[in-house]
Design a protein around this ligand. Structure first.
Ligand SMILES: [Zn+2]
Length: 101
C-alpha cells in the first residue's frame, strides 16, 4: 500500500532558485525522492521525525546542539528529523531531555 507523499503532496518535488544565475531548477522531493508516493515506513518516519522537530524546538535545542549531545553529525540528525532515516534515536534523546526537567 502506498500513500501520496505528504511533503510534496504528490507533486514529486518543487522548484528552487539556483545560484549563480538565479536559474529555476527542479528539486526532487526529499521524502519520496521524486516518486510522489511514500511507503508506510517512510511516512511513519516522516510523521515521527516531524514530531521530534517540534519537541526539539519546544525544548529550545538547536539541531547542531542536539546532534552534538547525541554524538552524531548534524546531517544525520537532520536526515532522521526529516524522515529520511528512522527517528527512533531522536525520540529516545528527547525523552531524556523531558525527564531532566
Ligand atoms: Zn514527496
Amino acid at each position: 500500500m502506498r500513500e501520496q507523499c505528504p511533503e510534496c503532496e504528490g507533486q514529486k518535488g518543487g522548484t528552487a532558485i539556483a545560484c549563480p544565475g538565479a536559474r529555476v531548477i527542479w528539486v526532487p522531493c526529499g521524502l519520496c525522492a521524486g516518486d510522489g508516493c511514500a511507503t508506510p515506513t517512510r511516512l511513519d518516519w516522516w510523521r515521527r521525525g516531524k514530531r521530534c522537530r517540534q519537541r526539539r524546538i519546544a525544548e529550545e535545542v538547536t539541531l547542531r546542539k542536539a546532534a552534538q549531545l547525541m554524538g552524531i553529525s548534524a546531517t544525520e540528525y537532520s536526515d532522521r528529523e526529516r524522515g529520511r532515516a528512522d527517528p527512533e534515536p531522536l525520540e529516545r534523546f528527547l525523552d531524556g531531555i523531558d525527564h531532566g526537567h
